[in-house]
Design a protein around this ligand. Structure first.
Ligand code: 9WN
Length: 410
């Protein structure tokens, strides 16, 4: 507990938490949601502050960027000069999984009347962000939203993006420009080819002035990510509950939630026994099995659907020493050391456990918790872990791993 606290305190930058010193020296959207869960165990006030700092980066349109560059630091690429977003503080121009309303609700539930007062400030800001996503990322009103960049999914080099990324041209740049591989071995990071495509998309959105509708129209990468959508719908549900607690009208978030939960069924793949993401350029589900496909467990599902999903979960569990691998452990694209292509990630364990508990699968949820605790106690607070050996990978002294550990044992 003390060691986890020390990680969060070392990564604290006067009110916001950097994911890891050196590797990620700014504030990231979904990382801050998880960091707040850890801060809540230590210092409730600090948890609220984390989220307030994040909203300093919110745009007038309601859009919430995935990075807020609160201070200068040349240790990360691409930095603010590449994004070219002229704001104070500067930000990136893409978003990340909107995992914030459930965190606010969690903080309200843990705290007293005062928590509800804090939530009152967040409500319109969260509503504006969700409205942005439902309007500009789902212009046809399907109920599900699109992501336009693999970084928006938070699972950057997931095998699920291999096929849709092929449509994205490469924007060659020198390997030395990258900072990540100065901090972490290259075999644990996305490949250079992927980075060149990531950078192409950034320059395209910049040229389009980050106009949301133009970006949606023009992006060669347009995907309905099952993970992003499960988290958005989970957050819509939480937003509806917050509205109710605050005496606001919950109709809008409730409407998004109900429509989205029905629409999500289009992502179910009966043969795989798992949800899969949809490539909007082809209209086809992407034939890759990743941990994101289990995130709909966070939502109300029929018991037969949950039963099948849990059977798939157990099959994966039989193939990995440590849960939960980010890609199918028997698939040809499984790479147990490379980032989102196999390793175990603390926040995903936590989200999956939350979903399993919702549906009464307490044993599976307990295994996710025990495995994460064993990984941390064996290898320290790493960014991710090898699912077969338990070796720690990626950045060290990692905030979300420490925060989830605290939330679980605190
Ligand atoms: C790009 C900060 C972030 C996480 C993402 C993770 C990684 C960034 C990168 O680090 O992405 O946003 O440069 O690799 O994939 O989930 O939020 O921890």
């Amino acid at each position: 507990m003390k060691a986890a606290e020390a990680v969060l305190r070392a990564n604290d930058r006067d009110g916001y938490t950097v994911p890891a010193q050196g590797l990620y020296p700014f504030q990231w959207l979904w990382d801050s949601g998880f960091a707040a869960l850890g801060w809540a165990v230590l210092d409730e006030e600090r948890a609220w502050l984390e989220l307030e700092r994040l909203f300093l980066g919110q745009w007038e349109s309601g859009f919430l960027p995935h990075i807020v560059f609160h201070q200068e630091d040349s240790g990360y690429f691409p930095g603010p000069e590449v994004w070219g977003v002229r704001r104070d503080p500067p930000t990136s121009g893409i978003t990340q999984p909107p995992f914030l309303a459930p965190v606010v609700l969690h903080l309200v539930r843990r705290s007293s009347e005062r928590g509800l007062e804090r939530a009152r400030w967040f409500y319109p800001h969260l509503l504006a962000f969700h409205r942005f996503l439902h309007r500009h990322r789902d212009p046809g009103g399907s109920g599900l939203v699109a992501v336009l960049h693999p970084w928006e999914t938070g699972m950057d080099n997931s095998p699920a993006w291999d096929l849709p990324l092929k449509r994205v041209p490469r924007r060659p740049f020198a390997l030395e420009t990258r900072r990540d591989i100065q901090h972490v071995p290259q075999e644990e990071r996305p490949r250079q080819e992927d980075y060149e495509r990531y950078l192409y998309l950034v320059s395209l959105f910049r040229e389009l002035g980050y106009d949301p509708d133009a970006c949606f129209r023009e992006s060669p990468f347009r995907v309905v990510d099952v993970g992003f959508n499960a988290l958005l719908l989970f957050a819509d549900e939480a937003l509806g509950e917050l509205a109710w607690l605050l005496g606001e009208d919950p109709a809008e978030p409730k409407g998004w939630f109900q429509k989205g939960v029905l629409a999500l069924e289009a992502l179910w793949d009966e043969e795989a026994g798992l949800y899969r993401s949809l490539d909007l350029h082809t209209g086809e589900r992407i034939p890759r099995d990743t941990s994101a496909g289990f995130l709909p467990l966070l939502l109300p599902l029929s018991s037969s659907r949950v039963g099948r999903l849990v059977a798939t979960f157990r099959a994966w569990a039989g193939e990995a020493r440590y849960l939960f691998p980010s890609a199918h452990p028997l698939a040809p694209y499984f790479e147990p050391r490379r980032y989102w292509r196999g390793p175990v990630w603390a926040p995903i364990n936590w989200l999956l456990a939350w979903g399993l508990i919702r549906h009464g699968f307490l044993e599976e949820a307990a295994r996710l918790r025990e495995d994460l605790i064993a990984l941390v106690e064996g290898s320290g607070f790493c960014e991710y872990y090898h699912p077969l050996t338990g070796k720690g990978l990626g950045g060290r002294g990692f905030s979300w791993t420490a925060a989830i550990y605290l939330a679980w044992i605190g």
